[in-house]
Ligand binder design. Structure first.
Ligand SMILES: [Zn+2]
Length: 193
């Protein structure tokens, strides 16, 4: 996850970023099971390259005295002192992203996993929409396949998917699956009219 939900003020206790979060760092050698918020350091890094950060969080490139955008003023490096190191073992930090076996599942991750499974258990059999917004086929075993399976198993469940170019579901789901091939933003705009 790329931290977008937190940006909008969404309660992070209602999120389960099972595959990690770009807003967090961890020890690259996974010497301890803890993650660290990286916002301040990442901001310092982009500012050190010559960007400004707008009020909405947008990156603003440097401008000339005449007010024209000038990308040539950007430094494509960050000062070494900003490179994050593990407070325990001193090795470099890495993104908290499930790329390989070094992925760190900290206490917050385990609590979120528990809340997610608890939610599924409490709502089993009730009217449920399994909403899949833009999940690719990179790691379908995490959400897509379980969503299909739970929809198939539960009479009142519906699987709804919006995806540009990859909106599909098994034929066995029949009327319980709704797949919209399109741009998620545009589709949601139309739904909210
Ligand atoms: Zn470490």
């Amino acid at each position: 996850m790329d931290h977008r939900f937190q940006w909008t003020g969404f309660d992070k206790k209602r999120l389960f970023y099972t595959q990690g979060d770009y807003g967090l760092w961890q020890c690259s050698k996974h010497c301890h099971q803890e993650t660290y918020d990286n916002e301040e350091t990442v901001k310092a890094m982009v500012e050190a390259q010559g960007f400004n950060i707008g009020e909405d969080g947008a990156l603003l490139p440097p401008v000339t005295e005449a007010g024209k955008t000038d990308f040539s003023r950007l430094k494509m490096v960050v000062p070494s002192k900003l490179l994050p190191h593990c407070p325990i073992c001193g090795e470099p930090m890495s993104m908290n992203l499930r790329a390989d076996h070094t992925f760190v599942e900290d206490e917050g991750w385990h609590k979120a996993a528990e809340r997610y499974h608890d939610f599924l258990r409490r709502h089993r059999g009730l009217h449920t929409v399994f909403l899949d917004l833009g999940c690719g086929s990179n790691t379908p075993g995490i959400f897509k396949y379980p969503f299909w399976q739970m929809t198939a198993e539960q009479e009142k469940a519906v699987y709804a998917c919006i995806n540009l170019g990859e909106a599909y579901a098994p034929m066995e789901l029949g009327q319980k699956a709704m797949c919209i091939d399109g741009d998620i933003g545009q589709v949601l705009d139309k739904l909210s009219v």
